[in-house]
Design a protein around this ligand. Structure first.
Ligand code: GLU
Length: 383
């Protein structure tokens, strides 16, 4: 972690460039009326708009589809799985309506994004999901992500939106994940049972002690599924992706402004930046499925931090799909590094040696326009 890594919750929020804010069902849905908590959502939209006005990008991960749908259909909490999935189908549109209503006065544009676990775990699919999220952010929209509960059955679910939010943060290489819930952070013991419980403002390593303190402690909310253990699991996923996590209470209005004003929260730091973590994952965890042999000019460009252009690729070896890891070698076969191929092997063969402007005509779609993007490329250490 760099020396200047934030050590307090307000500092973490002030320094973050790309922020994922996860909002639990108990905040989105009013428990008494089973309708959206409109005033709270309006206040949150104002907080999000302020962050955006400061040049930060925000992505919302919102629960509430099942709870709203259950309310509308008059179902009880112990509905069957297929009924819950049906409730999500009804509730998801009510949920987006609530976000649209809250965002409009703040001049924010919500964009519904429904993910399933495959979308973040299969590389080809997550490249697509990532490209869409990037496009939405570039267009100035605020992605509002939820799990696609209507098609995700138990075996293929993220299970809870804390984990979905962490995977989303990893996908978009966010530098901060904010988990808004009904507790103001992590304690040494359950504060509702133990008066000696101490609040932990800063966690720099997820030690067994810390994990034990979370030990299944759940929140009292009767909507939603996340407890403290799932929050720490989310923080662990985010941390390994170079993203810090803030656990914050959303019980008051304007919780993000409250954070900046010094409200109590727990900050879990990350040891690397999102891009460093992403690159060490590419270099350390993926087996190359093929190789691209490149000319000397391209090798010089890569050493200067540029992307690999199709024009510099001379030869293709192996069978790989878009998003697979490939080794980059010189014309003598010596390794230069590894990276994620932006095109499949057969497409790469068609575009090798060609200029970027010719790619679309050769493969039939626009695509990323480079053979390997520089963010997806890790060079071997200089000899
Ligand atoms: N995706 C579910 C919903 O929108 C909630 C899951 C969770 O709260 O963790 O209702």
């Amino acid at each position: 972690m760099s020396k200047s890594a934030p050590k307090t919750p307000p500092e973490a929020l002030r320094k973050a460039r790309r922020i994922v804010v996860k909002i639990g069902s108990s905040l989105v849905v009013d428990a008494a009326t089973r309708a959206p908590a409109a005033a709270w959502l309006n206040a949150l939209a104002e907080d999000l708009a302020r962050l955006r006005a400061e040049g930060r990008q925000v992505i919302v991960v919102s629960s509430g589809a099942v709870a709203l749908g259950r309310g509308r259909l008059g179902l009880t909490r112990n509905a069957r799985l297929d009924e819950k999935q049906a409730a999500a189908a009804v509730g998801q549109s009510l949920l987006m309506q609530a976000w649209e209503t809250a965002f409009r006065p703040a001049e924010l544009v919500p964009a519904q994004v429904l993910l399933t676990r495959d979308d973040t775990e299969r590389r080809r699919r997550w490249l697509n999901a990532r490209a869409t999220l990037e496009a939405l952010l570039k267009l100035g929209a605020v992605p509002v992500v939820n799990e696609n509960d209507t098609v995700a059955t138990e075996e293929i679910r993220y299970g809870d939106n804390d984990r979905l939010a962490a995977r989303t943060a990893q996908l978009v290489r966010a530098d901060l994940l904010i988990l808004l819930s009904d507790v103001d952070g992590l304690y040494t013991a359950d504060p509702r049972r133990d008066p000696e419980a101490e609040h932990l403002p800063l966690i720099e390593a997820l030690t067994p002690d810390i994990l034990a303190a979370a030990g299944g402690a759940n929140t009292q909310a009767d909507v939603g599924t996340g407890g403290m253990a799932t929050k720490l699991e989310a923080a662990r996923i985010a941390r390994s992706a170079g993203c810090a996590t803030l656990i914050v209470s959303g019980l008051n209005a304007h919780p993000l402004q409250g954070l900046l004003d010094g409200d109590r929260a727990t900050l879990i730091t990350a040891p690397a930046s999102p891009l460093q973590a992403y690159k060490s994952w590419i270099a350390g965890s993926l087996e190359p499925a093929g190789a691209l042999a490149i000319d000397a000019g391209a090798a010089t460009a890569l050493a200067g931090g540029r992307s690999l252009l199709a024009s510099g690729v001379q030869r293709i070896d192996g069978r790989f799909d878009r998003g697979d890891c490939v080794r980059v070698v010189g014309l003598d076969g010596g390794s230069l590094g590894v990276g994620l191929a932006a095109y499949a092997a057969d497409e790469m063969d068609r575009i090798r040696g060609k200029h970027s402007g010719e790619i679309e005509g050769l493969v039939g779609y626009k695509g990323p326009g480079v053979a390997i993007h520089r963010d997806d490329l890790v060079l071997d250490p200089a000899q």
